[in-house]
Design a protein around this ligand. Structure first.
Ligand SMILES: O=C(O)[C@H](O)[C@@H](O)[C@H](O)[C@H](O)COP(=O)(O)O
Length: 327
């Protein structure tokens, strides 16, 4: 069960009536279209182991956000689930239906992952019916941010995703775009950006005509308790990057310190974003992000995620929205 809340009703979110999820709802990007620059980095597994969507969408509550951006073409929705289990069920349906939509429309589905608890929230996709019903051959998987460590390192977002999700579904290995873990942070960011540019040229990744930045079909993101998303942290100059697609950080306040990250222009050019946020530890940042008392001078990174022309859906649980009624 979940609740959908519009901006006007955010203050009453915790008490909003539960809605029953409405469930309703393929050409190939040939392997030859995958550029060598991207191919070479995904051949090996981590070294330590062997081995017109109709998602649970409720009335598309267009949340008036704040003055952060003019997002006339953007919609925001807040879904509040009774439990993390319900959230995971709904997130799988949402993702599977977007996969079907984009595979039918453009022959490929570009999905971007973050690290953190998101990967566990995707677990239902690795089970029936999705394991068999999703056309995994159309998936192209990217990371919104990655720690600059070896792919078999415990801190690697690639390893996290591989262990919890990618190793359990039949996505062609050549369509999983991990960073080049032999490079420095700066080199890995440059390399990943070059990879994205090549995939845009080859038609695997769409471009946003509106922004001139790549337009990923779905970015599946998490948020830290401080309101960071990707590796874009509050008060860090990287949040103001306007040119680069991918950049790097060497002083991340969340360890490990060296990371690469998509920039806001890339995040905000997405067609769909699912922001998966659970637990009371996120309640303060959720309150600030969804409050109507924002000022443009002290925006958290999560508040700067405003799609130019897309749909932004919060997948949250009750503890995460527990401070909303205090707005
Ligand atoms: O590499 C990272 O550190 C993550 O990509 C990071 O941005 C994460 O998504 C958030 O910190 C939320 O993580 P949790 O969901 O685990 O709180």
């Amino acid at each position: 069960m979940y609740t959908s809340v519009s901006a006007a009703a955010v203050a009453a979110a915790a008490a909003a009536a539960a809605l029953v999820p409405r469930l309703t709802g393929r050409r190939s990007a040939p392997a030859s279209r995958i550029p060598e620059i991207c191919r070479r980095r995904i051949r090996s597994k981590p070294r330590t182991f062997s081995s017109s969507p109709s998602f649970p969408i409720v009335p598309a509550a267009a949340m008036a956000t704040d003055g952060a951006a003019s997002d006339a073409g953007s919609k925001k929705k807040l879904l509040i689930f009774d439990s993390e289990e319900d959230l995971a069920v709904s997130l799988a349906k949402y993702t599977a239906e977007l996969s079907e939509k984009f595979a039918a429309e453009r022959g490929a589905f570009t999905a971007v992952l973050s690290g953190g608890s998101l990967i566990q929230a995707l677990r239902k996709l690795t089970e029936p019916p999705y394991l068999d019903s999703v056309d995994w051959s159309k998936w192209h998987v990217f990371w919104v941010d990655e720690r600059v460590v070896r792919k078999d390192h415990v801190d690697s977002n690639y390893k996290l995703a591989f262990d919890g999700f990618l190793s359990k579904v039949p996505i062609p290995p050549g369509q999983v775009y991990a960073i080049n873990d032999a490079l420095s942070a700066e080199g890995a960011a440059d390399d990943y950006e070059a990879c994205l540019k090549q995939l845009v040229k080859n038609g695997v990744i769409s471009m946003s005509a509106a922004t001139g930045f790549p337009r990923f079909d779905l970015q599946l993101l998490g948020m830290g308790p401080d309101g960071h998303i990707a590796s874009l942290f509050p008060g860090h100059p990287l949040v103001n990057e306007k040119e680069r697609w991918v950049t790097y950080i060497k002083d991340s306040p969340k360890p490990p310190p060296e990371r690469i990250t998509f920039t806001f222009p890339v995040i905000n050019s997405s067609a769909y974003v699912a922001m998966v946020v659970t637990g009371v530890g996120k309640a303060g940042a959720v309150q600030k992000a969804l409050s109507d008392k924002q000022t443009s001078s002290d925006l958290l990174p999560v508040e700067m995620a405003v799609l130019q022309d897309g749909e932004f859906t919060w997948f949250s649980d009750k503890p995460a929205v527990s401070m909303l009624q205090n707005n």
